[in-house]
Ligand binder design. Structure first.
Ligand code: TRP
Length: 491
């Protein structure tokens, strides 16, 4: 596996940085609205410490055993972003592989908060990856565009503005190549007022009743001055993971108030950046308490893409030089990379030839590692760079070529996305998928495309626990939950 890992920077000791008020050191901050790398005592930005966030939030790191199983079960080579650790962490991905092995359907779910009209390559990556997962598993996919969320959280944005961003973003997302037969894209403000949202709304209200202000404050750091909408929003992003929120996808009606128990029991897999995890912890902690219980959604988490300025930096919509946009011209891409991409090369040509460069912190190399699929080619670049044979200019040239090809490919697809195509993706309808063509471990009747299998039994992924054991587990979970709630309230 030829894969660059971001430079390993010694993590700040949490205790040290918290008490050291004289220095400029601060810890990394990762939550759905604020992502900031740590800084050292001089105020220099450090790389994100992904092992630390995974340990803190108790997620599982993706390891080679899991990837080998992924390949065995799906018959597909793991995507380069899995091989190279850009998607680095998960919750219950192994359970999704079990489900796929049995030939059962699960729901793929991802989303985007439309905070601006133009997307950069960092925004495209989770969707590229979701498309790969859709191809691999051949399952229905929902993409949620949270214009309501962005309106609630961003002081300056108006409702018509965020709605327009959502439409533009949806076209960008479609350009990535999703199959319309298997994909339902929705803009919250539109779907929630459409008449097809009855079961979504019932789920949301039920979930809102299950979670308290204290829980939401604990998860997101809200306080008494946070607007009411923000407090309530989490429930929507959570219940979007329940297949029972979208009966039409499965050819079911939503005329009655009764949601489908069978759909509620369907599993869900959510590809997302690690900062979204707090939302999904909330749903994982509470989904078994729904009247129609749902299993805990599985998650697969990505790191953040390195900004042009280097590790720890953020690609930002307000700084065009921090990122390559999907709308950039060839000239802009060339300029940005040549002028702004942080180099791991040496100060002078002589020094570079003598000492060699460091591909691990070289942004041009990092970007190549996101898009160059050939592991051997990438390994050769790294080696030649380290030896000083390949120069910064050479690496940047390779990167410009790669990024231009990607962005131009995207743009060629984007011009073909008409309003009609957008409307078709957003039309609530029955989706079509095939699932696993060769399930190896059939269980029970009713498995297969478009139906829900056995997953519901063990709501928390325990397969077929005895009734007593299940009761006991539920009781323990309830005690745990109350404890956490109390702790959150104390903060
Ligand atoms: N809250 C996300 C954002 O601000 C949008 C979102 C909604 C999402 N549902 C999701 C992201 C599921 C990943 C997975 O971008």
């Amino acid at each position: 596996m030829a894969g660059p890992e971001p430079p390993s920077v010694a993590p700040l000791s949490l205790a040290e940085s918290a008490t050291d008020t004289a220095s400029k050191a601060h810890e990394q901050e990762i939550n759905p609205w604020d992502v900031q790398a740590a800084t050292d005592e001089q105020g220099n930005t450090l790389a994100f410490d992904y092992a630390a966030i995974s340990a803190k939030w108790n997620t599982s790191l993706i390891n080679s055993t899991l990837l080998e199983r992924f390949e065995r079960v799906t018959g597909r080579k793991p995507h380069r972003w899995l091989r190279r650790g850009l998607f680095f962490s998960h919750r219950d991905l192994d359970r999704i592989l079990d489900i796929y092995e049995r030939g059962e359907t699960f729901l793929l779910y991802t989303g985007r908060g439309p905070s601006s009209g133009s997307m950069h390559i960092g925004h495209a990556i989770p969707f590229e990856f979701t498309k790969y997962m859709q191809d691999v598993f051949d399952v229905p996919l929902v993409i949620m565009l949270t214009d309501d969320e962005k309106f609630l959280f961003k002081e300056k944005l108006t409702q018509p503005e965020v709605y327009q961003f959502a439409r533009d973003n949806a076209k960008d997302i479609i350009s990535i190549g999703f199959d319309v037969k298997k994909t339902f894209i929705y803009i919250d403000s539109e779907f929630f007022t459409s008449g097809y949202n009855r079961h979504f709304s019932l789920n949301a209200t039920e979930f809102e009743k299950l979670i308290t202000n204290n829980q939401v404050r604990g998860a997101f750091g809200f306080d008494g001055s946070t607007n009411v909408g923000s407090n309530a929003f989490a429930a929507k992003q959570c219940v979007a993971a329940f297949a029972s929120s979208y009966p039409f996808i499965f050819g079911e009606q939503c005329t009655s108030y009764h949601r489908s128990k069978k759909l509620a029991a369907m599993a869900c897999l959510i590809p997302c950046a690690i900062d979204q995890d707090p939302y999904f912890r909330l749903v994982r902690e509470n989904c078994s308490r729904m009247d129609q219980p749902s299993p805990k959604p599985a998650l697969i988490h990505s790191k953040f893409l390195t900004s042009l300025q280097g590790a720890g930096g953020k690609m930002s919509a307000s700084n065009p030089n921090s990122a390559i946009y999907l709308s950039d011209t060839e000239k802009q891409i060339k300029n940005k990379i040549n002028k702004h991409a942080f180099s791991g090369g040496q100060e002078t040509l002589e020094l570079h030839r003598e000492l060699g460069g460091n591909p691990d912190i070289d942004v041009a190399f990092q970007y190549l590692s996101y898009f160059e699929d050939d592991d051997d080619k990438l390994a050769t670049f790294a080696e030649q760079y380290r030896k000083g044979v390949m120069l910064t200019g050479d690496m940047k040239k390779e990167c410009v070529g790669m990024m231009t090809a990607y962005v131009q490919g995207f743009q060629a697809a984007r011009v073909k996305v008409t309003e009609e195509i957008l409307e078709e993706f957003m039309r609530p309808r029955k989706l079509e998928w095939r699932g696993n063509p060769n399930p190896t471990k059939k269980v029970g009747a009713g498995s297969g495309a478009g139906t829900v299998g056995e997953e519901a039994k063990g709501v928390d992924g325990e397969k077929g626990p005895s009734k007593n054991a299940a009761k006991k587990a539920a009781k323990l979970a309830e005690i745990e939950r109350k404890k956490r709630e109390k702790e959150a309230a104390k903060k």
